[in-house]
Design a protein around this ligand. Structure first.
Ligand SMILES: [Zn+2]
Length: 216
């Protein structure tokens, strides 16, 4: 006897009864992603993102990040997998995949639980692009996540990142232009993303930073 014979399956998000699967049709539709062209025009080409930060996508990321929910993680990775297959060309010129780190004091965000890190590894594996552990967090600013104003956030976050020594050596030694895909989970004010890119561009001459984000 299977569990479905005793308890009928319900949608993971809205709890509607289902015949099969994990999500009902309405909820599945919430996961159709934003086309790269639309994402680019909405964020001035600064990064690609899959979804707006709302509804089911926001729910899944929070479940993954704060509740360590592996179902939420796997649903997101499944979506990323099909996005990468569909828009492979978007990643054709990338030399390295990196990610925005979380502060090491946040023990619950060990490397396997920081979505940005897991997604970067996934992209690296799937598209066969080397992973570069490129940044570390230098300053811990616990109040930062509460600041919603973009300019103020950018001011506060200034100099928060440091390029890791090995990565810096490799980047500086490159004789040609390097394109780095920087992965993050959620970008709202862009302050973190801008500061991370700025840190890299300031230190390395021939680097172009492209972004890949779940919710933008
Ligand atoms: Zn549903």
């Amino acid at each position: 006897m299977f569990i479905d014979d005793i308890v009928p399956p319900i949608c993971y998000y809205c709890a509607a009864y289902l015949k099969e699967g994990l999500l009902c049709e309405d909820c599945s539709n919430q996961l159709s992603y934003i086309h790269p062209m639309a994402a680019r025009s909405r964020r001035d080409g600064r990064f690609l993102f899959l979804w707006d930060y709302q509804g089911l996508p926001a729910f899944l990321i929070k479940r993954w990040k704060f509740n360590r929910d592996i179902i939420a993680r796997d649903v997101i990775l499944f979506c990323i997998d099909s996005y990468l297959s569909e828009f492979k060309d978007e990643f054709a010129d990338i030399d390295f995949v990196g990610f925005i780190p979380m502060h090491p004091l946040k023990k619950r965000f060990v490397r396997w639980w920081n979505p940005a890190s897991v997604i970067a590894r996934y992209i690296s594996n799937k598209l066969n692009i080397p992973l570069m552990d490129v940044l570390s967090v230098r300053l811990f600013k616990p109040e930062l996540h509460k600041i919603r104003d973009g300019d103020l956030r950018l001011k506060k976050i200034r100099n928060s990142f440091r390029i890791k020594e090995d990565a810096l050596k490799e980047l500086v030694a490159a004789s040609r232009e390097i394109r780095l895909l920087l992965v993050d989970d959620i970008v709202t004010t862009e302050a973190t993303f801008k500061e991370a890119s700025y840190t890299l561009v300031k230190a390395v001459n021939n680097i172009i930073v492209k972004g890949f984000v779940l919710c933008g």
